[in-house]
Design a protein around this ligand. Structure first.
Ligand SMILES: [Zn+2]
Length: 320
């Protein structure tokens, strides 16, 4: 796919990273074992989609552990930086250092990608996104889908094998499309999901179905949710959204004139066309609110608008 239109989708919050995934090392058990014994190695511990972060002086950074102090759990190789430091993730349900264990403090607390994804450095944003995605997969894919046996992770934690039938299993990613639809007056279609509280609005989104292209999914989802027919579907950019396992594919599409919005009330509470002036006024008055900067939705809306917009949703609780 070729990106067209906006150039402002560079550097999406969760599409950053500086650590090489060293995929060529994933089958090298000796190298992995040596890296785990290296005191320079750093471990990112993930529990229920959160990791410990340290806030100091307006900065937010991940709290990384040495291998010898890392808790037991499912281990996975995240990569190696340009200084040769190797990074692993560990996922587990019972890990030390969380505030409910009474050991945290000093500005250290658990945080989710939604909360801190846009605040972390490029290195830390990439590490946390990668680790949360793998942790979510390990946490929910513990058994062989063919025979039901408990599977065994490979040394790098990027696949599992069934000990009974030998089948190999790899992390899953669910593609989802998210699309800015504009009418001939360049007004933007914004909708409020029935499940969202207050006056939160965003652009339309939905999962790609089996046997469907991303572009077909854009056309189908817009029609299903609003009865609007769109044309000229153009790809903008993507970012992972591993809560639990999505890849958000951003698009624009055009809505030809003289169409009537008919909202699918099972999915949406309301939808409507907004000019740039309409949207700014509604945000400034507090009548409407937009998704947070960590989301591709916010970035696409601001790219259409032509600059930053006020307002953000309050992030959900860390453990949600
Ligand atoms: Zn099996």
């Amino acid at each position: 796919m070729t990106a067209t239109g906006f150039s402002a989708l560079d550097n999406l919050a969760l599409a950053r990273g500086t650590v090489d995934r060293v995929t060529e090392r994933r089958t090298d058990k000796d190298w992995i074992d040596a890296a785990w014994k290296d005191p320079r190695t750093r471990v990112l511990v993930v529990r229920e989609g959160t990791a410990l972060v340290r806030e100091a002086g307006g900065q937010v950074e991940l709290v990384l552990a040495a291998p010898q102090s890392a808790p037991a759990g499912t281990r996975f190789l995240l990569g190696q930086d340009s200084d040769g430091v190797v990074y692993f993730g560990v996922s587990g349900q019972s890990l030390p250092g969380w505030p409910d264990d009474g050991q945290a403090g000093g500005g250290i607390h658990p945080a989710s990608l939604r909360e801190v994804g846009a605040l972390l450095s490029d290195r830390d944003a990439g590490l946390l996104t990668h680790a949360v995605a793998l942790a979510n997969w390990h946490d929910t894919h513990t058994h062989c889908p063919l025979c039901g046996s408990v599977t065994v992770p490979d040394p790098a934690g990027h696949s599992t094998t069934c000990p009974v039938d030998g089948s190999e299993h790899f992390p899953r990613t669910d593609p989802a499309v998210i699309m800015l639809v504009t009418d001939p007056e360049d007004r933007c279609l914004l909708a409020r999901n029935a499940a969202w509280p207050g006056r939160r609005v965003s652009i339309l989104a939905g999962f790609v179905e089996p046997g469907e292209s991303a572009e077909q999914a854009v056309v189908r989802e817009v029609a299903e949710e609003t009865s609007i027919t769109v044309t000229n579907v153009r790809y903008l950019g993507s970012q992972p959204w591993p809560m639990p396992r999505s890849l958000m594919l951003g698009f624009r599409a055009d809505a030809p004139a003289d169409q009537v919005i008919a909202v699918d009330l099972n999915e949406l509470a309301e939808a409507g066309w907004f000019s740039r002036a309409d949207l700014l006024a509604a945000l400034e008055s507090g009548e409407l609110a937009l998704p947070p900067p960590v989301s591709i939705a916010r970035r696409i809306i601001e790219a259409w608008y032509g600059g930053p917009l006020p307002s953000a949703w309050a992030p959900p609780p860390a453990r949600s």
